[in-house]
Ligand binder design. Structure first.
Ligand code: CTP
Length: 470
């Protein structure tokens, strides 16, 4: 689930697990959200506020009265009012005690207590298992739950003390998913109703935490270092897209009510009834584009070649098999389309003759020559047919001279925009979940995007496509 446009306050308190928080920050940002971090003074001993500041591109609040990072006396009220959710991870035993009693002697608790009832508050305790089991901690947890916070139960596993038991901060994906669930149900659930992550989910993740202590600490540190490195790189690469990433798709009025046609996936060209010529396209990019265009308010028709992917909600899907079928359906729907995004990996050639039944080896002999004919080029045809009010966007999968070849396709196929991706680079092209593209258009300078998930990439493409309607 993504956090596009969501503003998250992350409170970090003094538990050794605080050193894992850059991973959570990275995950929220990766899914499109923004994060403001508040550290308790003891958390600042376990995690670098400078690192968190770099990751979040915002000052990190530690002291209640530090005027260099806050302006105005009511900053805690504004922060609490303006966020979409707050998560305290890790929450130490002391922070739980403060939260349970409303003791606002730190910036973190001051914000947590100022949070309006309809804004979800998630609390992920992490401590040694004896501290976790202590009656005072359990009493505080019960109180915090009764006050409407969502408790993310700690995992079982090796603890910093060297002991084994309950108390580990759950994995980043568990925290991020709990946050996403809370955001998707906020508005329908008020904080006065008690809700928390089920014990089954917690024990499912607890199963995973049985590595020896040394190994698990090393793995965590390695993950944090990798995440920091990746974020550092993407922060540099992202400069060219900075103006775009903070806009949410729902804020793009241009696509509202527009008819958007998208082709996705491979095509299969029949040789006989059991064999075909195809390619390795997964369809993920086209499906992500359909989802993004739908989120932006468009009426989306997704023409999909053979793929097992689920249809994005609210999207009209038409399944086809061959290039000829995809062409016929696309040409028909283009008449009423405002925008066409041709993301399918259409087979360029199709067998001249299709045999019925199954061709037998004995009858074919030792060598076979297949006569292939060029299949219709959907992008080039729609590019030729487009009127002044229609926008046509294509892809270019290139193994070399990527930009130059992409530019040729932009011109030859009369497209308004071409998304160039490399067949040679890792993190680009077919099958994977990520893509690394360069957007080229007739109207703007080339826009290289850093490696990102196909869903994020689709959102970026739709945002840039909105400019074409201007
Ligand atoms: N395309 C299409 N119909 C085809 C072939 C390609 O609509 N018969 C579209 C693709 O969906 C993509 C763009 O054209 O948007 C470029 O596809 P690509 O495979 O990169 O290039 P080709 O035009 O097929 O040329 P080549 O394979 O020689 O690079």
């Amino acid at each position: 689930m993504d956090f596009t446009g969501k503003r998250i306050v992350l409170g970090v308190s003094g538990s050794i697990a605080a050193y894992k928080t850059p991973l959570l920050v990275r995950e929220i940002i990766r899914r499109g959200g923004s994060v403001r971090v508040i550290l308790t003074p003891s958390a600042a001993k376990f995690v670098s506020s400078l690192a968190l500041q770099n990751l979040t591109k915002a000052s990190v609040i530690v002291e209640m009265f530090d005027t260099s990072v806050q302006s105005g006396g009511s900053w805690h009220i504004h922060l609490a009012q303006e966020c979409d959710a707050m998560i305290i991870a890790p929450a130490s035993a002391a922070t739980l005690a403060r939260l349970a009693t409303g003791l606002c002697d730190s910036a973190l608790i001051a914000v947590a207590v100022s949070l309006p009832q309809e804004i979800p508050l998630l609390v992920a305790p992490a401590m040694d298992s004896d501290m976790w089991r202590h009656p005072t901690t359990q009493r505080n947890i019960k109180q915090i739950k009764a006050d409407g916070a969502i408790i993310i139960q700690p995992d079982k596993g090796e603890l910093a003390s060297g002991l084994y038991g309950v108390g580990r901060l759950p994995e980043t994906d568990v925290l991020a998913n709990a946050l996403a669930n809370a955001l998707s149900s906020s508005g329908s659930i008020s904080r006065t109703e008690t809700h928390y992550v089920s014990d089954e989910i917690v024990s499912m993740y607890a199963e995973k935490s049985s590595n020896p202590l040394q190994e698990s600490v090393e793995r965590d540190i390695w993950n944090v270092e990798m995440a920091l490195e990746e974020l550092k790189n993407s922060a540099t690469d992202k400069r060219s897209t900075e103006n775009n990433t903070h806009i949410s798709l729902a804020e793009l009025p241009v696509f509202r009510g527009k008819n958007v046609l998208i082709t996705a996936g491979p095509t299969y060209e029949k040789i006989d009834d059991v064999r075909f010529i195809g390619n390795f396209s997964s369809g993920k990019m086209g499906f992500a584009l359909a989802e993004a265009a739908r989120t932006a308010g468009a009426n989306v028709t997704l023409i999909a070649g053979p793929t097992q992917l689920a249809t994005p909600e609210g999207v009209q899907r038409i399944d086809v098999v061959s290039a000829a079928e995809m062409f016929a359906v696309a040409a028909e729907h283009f008449q009423t389309a405002d925008c066409a995004v041709l993301a399918a990996a259409v087979a360029d050639f199709t067998p001249a003759e299709v045999s019925s039944g199954k061709l037998k080896k004995e009858a074919l002999g030792e060598e076979v020559t297949l006569r292939l004919l060029r299949s219709p080029d959907i992008l080039a045809t729609l590019g030729k047919r487009k009127t002044g009010r229609q926008v046509v966007i294509g892809f270019a999968l290139e193994a070399e001279n990527e930009i130059e070849n992409g530019r040729k396709k932009l011109h030859n196929k009369n497209a308004d925009m071409i998304i160039v991706n490399s067949a040679a680079k890792p993190g680009s092209g077919f099958q994977g979940d990520d893509n690394t593209v360069v957007i080229i258009s007739k109207f703007a300078a080339d826009r290289p995007l850093p490696r990102m998930s196909k869903r994020e990439c689709a959102a970026e493409i739709i945002k840039y496509a909105a400019e074409l309607f201007g």
